[in-house]
Design a protein around this ligand. Structure first.
Ligand code: NAP
Ligand code: MG
Length: 477
C-alpha cells in the first residue's frame, strides 16, 4: 500500500506581521533615526517587513532609557515585585505560544515542530525559572546587587530563546537591558516587546534596538553600559573582548563550537543514530553546540553509518510551517554560501560526501542533510564550525584516542558520549574539555542547568544558579 503525502501546514493567520517596525525604546515603538532594512522568510525569500536600523544616537537613547528605569524603578523594586512581572511575561509567552512559534519559523526558517515544541516552551521555562530567583538572590552565592544596564547582542539561530537566556536572568537580578536581535531575525524580539507592554513592564526596563553589526558595536562600546552579554561567532566575540578590555564592564561571551559526538561499540545503536541526527540536523545544524563531529569506534563504524544513512533518508525537508517537516530552510543566503564553501573544501581535502537525495524547493535557501566520511583531524571540515546540516565522521579505536581527537579543537562547548557503561561516561566526562557533556542523549536544554564554553567557545555561564553570576556584583559587593 502506498501513501500520498499530505502536507499539514500550521496556519499563518495567527500572526499579524506589520509592514514596518520601529525600535522599542522606553516602553514605546519609535521610528528611529537610521534607515530601514528588510527581513525575509528564508524558505520563500518573501519580504516580511521593513525594520528600523538603530543608529548610534538611537542606541544612546535606549541606554539612557534603560539607565533611568534602572535608577528610578527597577533596582528599587523588591525582588518579589520584579518576580511578578517575570511570571506575567512567562504566562503571556505561553498564552501567545502559537503566535510566537509561527512567527519564529517564518522569520528564521526553522521547522514549526521545533519552534513550537522546543524553542517557545524553553523560553517560557526560562522566565518562570528566573522569576523564582528574583526574591531569593541572597541565597545565590553571588550577592544580590545588580550591575546596572546590560547591553545584549544575540544571533539568528534561536532568536527568541537567546533573548530569553539574556533577558530573564538580567531582569530577575534587577538590571535593565538594551538588546539587539540579529538582522535576519528581528520579528520575535519585536513581538516580545509587545509582550512587555502587555505585561505593563515599566518603560525602559527592556529596550529592543534592531540593526546589524554597527548597532551591536554601538551597544557594546557605549560608555554607560555596565555589562555586555554576547552570543555569536568567535570572531566577533574576540572583537568585543578587545573593545571592553580596560573598561570595568563585565562581559560574558557564548561563542562557537565543534562538538564531538562519541559513539562506543557497546552503545545502543539505534538510539545513538537518533542522537546523531538530533545532534547535527536539529535546527538545520545552526546550533553552537551541534554534534558536528561524529567520532565512532572503528569496529561499529560501517554498521552505524549504514543505519545513519537509512535514517537520514527518512528526514522530511521543506516548508518550515508544515508540522511534518524535520529540516527547514538555511537562515540566509549568506549562511548558505558559507556552508557550501566549507563543504567544497571538504571535497577538495579528499573527504567523501554523501547527501540525502531529495528535491530542494526552487525558492529560498536549502542545503540537504550531508555527511562526510574519511575525514581526518587536519581537515578544515573537522576543525571549523560549518553551522549547517553537515556532519564530519572520524573513527577511533580506544577511549584515549577518542578523548584526544575530541579535545583537539580550539572550541569546547559541548560533547556527547554514547555507551552502555556508566563508569566510562564519568571518566569521559571528566576528561572532555567541554562545558556540557551529554550522555546517551544530545541537545538537552533546561533552564536549571548552566550552559557555556571552554577555550574559544567563550566564558561565563547561562542558565541555572550559575547564570545569575553574570548579572550580580558578587557576594562581597
Ligand atoms: P555573529 O556574526 O557573531 O553575530 C552575532 C550578533 O552580533 C548579531 O546580532 C550580529 O549582528 C552582531 N554583530 C556583528 N558584528 C558585531 C560587532 N562588531 N559588534 C557587536 N555586535 C556585532 O554570529 P552569527 O554568524 O550571526 O551566529 C552564529 C554564531 O553564533 C556561531 O558561531 C555560533 O556557534 C554562535 N552561537 C553561539 C551560541 C552559544 O551559546 N555559545 C549560541 C548560538 C550561536 P547581525 O545582525 O549583523 O548579524
Ligand atoms: Mg528573516
Amino acid at each position: 500500500m502506498s501513501f500520498e503525502y499530505a502536507p499539514a501546514p500550521e496556519s499563518r493567520a495567527v500572526v499579524d506581521i506589520k509592514p514596518s517596525y520601529g525600535l522599542f525604546i522606553n516602553g514605546e515603538f519609535t521610528d528611529g533615526t537610521g534607515t530601514a532594512f528588510k527581513t525575509i522568510n528564508p524558505a520563500t525569500e518573501e519580504v516580511l517587513a521593513e525594520v528600523a536600523e538603530a543608529s548610534d544616537a538611537d542606541v544612546d537613547e535606549a541606554v539612557k532609557a534603560a539607565r533611568r528605569a534602572y535608577t528610578r524603578v527597577w533596582s528599587r523594586m523588591s525582588g518579589a515585585e520584579r518576580a511578578k512581572y517575570l511570571y506575567r511575561i512567562a504566562r503571556i509567552i505561553q498564552e501567545r505560544g502559537r503566535e510566537l512559534a509561527v512567527l519564529e519559523s517564518i522569520d528564521n526558517g526553522k521547522p514549526i515542530k521545533e519552534s513550537r515544541d522546543v524553542d517557545v516552551p524553553i523560553v517560557a521555562a526560562h522566565f518562570f525559572y528566573y522569576a523564582g530567583w528574583a526574591d531569593k538572590l541572597e541565597y545565590s552565592g553571588y550577592g544580590s546587587t545588580p550591575l546596572g544596564v546590560a547591553g545584549q547582542v544575540i544571533p539568528w539561530n534561536f532568536p527568541l530563546l537567546m533573548l530569553a537566556w539574556k533577558i530573564a536572568p538580567a531582569l530577575a537580578c534587577g538590571n535593565t537591558v538594551v538588546l539587539k536581535p540579529a538582522e535576519t531575525t528581528p520579528l520575535t524580539a519585536l513581538l516580545f516587546a509587545e509582550i512587555c507592554q502587555q505585561a505593563d513592564l515599566p518603560p525602559g526596563v527592556v529596550n529592543i534596538v534592531t540593526g546589524a553589526g554597527d548597532t551591536g558595536r554601538a551597544i557594546v562600546s557605549h560608555p554607560d553600559v555596565d555589562k555586555v552579554a554576547f552570543t555569536g561567532s568567535t570572531e566577533v566575540g574576540k572583537a568585543i573582548a578587545r573593545t571592553v578590555a580596560g573598561t570595568d564592564k563585565k562581559v560574558t561571551l557564548e561563542l562557537g563550537g565543534k562538538a564531538a559526538n562519541i559513539v562506543f561499540d557497546d552503545a545502543p545503536v539505534d538510539q545513538a543514530v537518533e542522537g546523531i541526527v538530533n545532534g547535527i540536523f536539529f535546527n538545520q545544524g545552526h546550533v553552537c553546540c551541534a554534534g558536528s563531529r561524529l567520532l565512532v569506534q572503528e569496529s561499529i563504524a560501517d554498521d552505524l553509518l549504514e543505519r545513519l544513512k537509512r535514517r537520514m533518508s527518512t528526514l522530511r525537508m521543506g516548508d518550515p510551517l508544515d508540522k511534518n517537516t524535520d529540516v527547514g530552510a538555511i537562515n540566509s543566503g549568506e549562511q548558505l554560501m558559507r556552508i557550501r564553501e566549507l563543504s567544497e573544501v571538504g571535497d577538495a581535502e579528499g573527504a567523501e560526501r554523501w547527501e540525502v537525495a531529495c528535491d530542494l524547493p526552487t525558492k529560498g535557501f536549502w542545503f540537504p542533510p550531508t555527511i562526510f566520511t574519511g575525514v581526518s583531524q587536519a581537515h578544515r571540515i573537522a576543525r571549523e564550525e560549518i553551522f549547517g546540516p553537515v556532519l564530519s565522521v572520524l573513527t577511533f579505536r580506544t577511549p584515549s584516542e577518542a578523548i584526544e581527537k575530541a579535545n583537539n579543537t580550539p572550541f569546547g562547548l559541548s560533547a556527547g558520549v554514547w555507551t552502555d557503561k556508566g563508569s566510562r561516561i564519568l571518566s569521559m566526562a571528566n576528561r572532555l574539555r567541554a562545558g556540557v557533556v551529554w550522555a546517551n542523549t544530545f541537545n538537552k536544554f533546561d533552564p536549571t542547568s548552566p550552559f557555556g564554553g571552554y577555550k574559544e567557545s567563550g566564558y561565563g555561564r547561562e542558565g541555572g544558579r550559575h547564570g545569575l553570576e553574570a548579572y550580580l556584583k558578587g557576594a562581597d559587593a
